[in-house]
Design a protein around this ligand. Structure first.
Ligand code: DUR
Ligand code: ZN
Length: 142
């Protein structure tokens, strides 16, 4: 993906973040997941009064995609921050989401950690799954 494509990919994560359901943490996260078919699946975090059933934005995107028959992915964009603010700082995926990524993606899977200034300027850091989850346990280990 070239830079302008990555920016519009991150914009889709920013748009998905608007649907985050976060009455407990007030921390809203959005994700956009690019399947190898070219389709994009978005997700937001969805919290729960019992707390532990909470689903992260990244897993929402993965589970939507898999439930629609897509199993191979190239990249994910993630943005997050206080619900009443723009995502001014990057939001790395939690360990559970990294492991869910590992189920469907190899070390080369691209993770764009986006952020946006209150003025609207978007920037990002590019990481791979191999960097965020080294020496991982995956389907090949069984
Ligand atoms: O990468 C992350 C980190 C946190 N969260 C959610 C879980 C919870 O709803 C809130 C605070 O942890 O943010 C995500 O969706 N993705
Ligand atoms: Zn997570």
């Amino acid at each position: 993906m070239e830079n302008t494509e990555i920016i519009s990919f991150i914009e889709q994560a920013i748009e998905a973040r608007k649907n985050a359901y976060t009455p407990y943490s007030h921390f809203a996260v959005g994700a956009a997941l690019l399947g190898k078919t070219g389709r994009i699946y978005t997700g937001c975090n969805i919290e729960n009064a019992a707390y532990t059933p909470t689903n992260c934005a990244e897993r929402t995107a993965f589970f939507k995609a898999v439930s629609q028959g897509e199993h191979e992915f190239s990249a994910i964009a993630i943005v997050g921050g206080r619900a009443d603010m723009t995502c001014a700082q990057i939001c790395p995926p939690c360990g559970v989401c990294r492991q869910v990524m590992r189920e469907f993606c190899k070390d080369e899977f691209l993770i764009y950690l986006g952020k946006q200034t209150p003025e609207g300027e978007i920037s990002y850091r590019t990481m791979t799954l191999g960097q965020l989850l080294p020496e991982s346990f995956g389907p090949d280990n069984l």
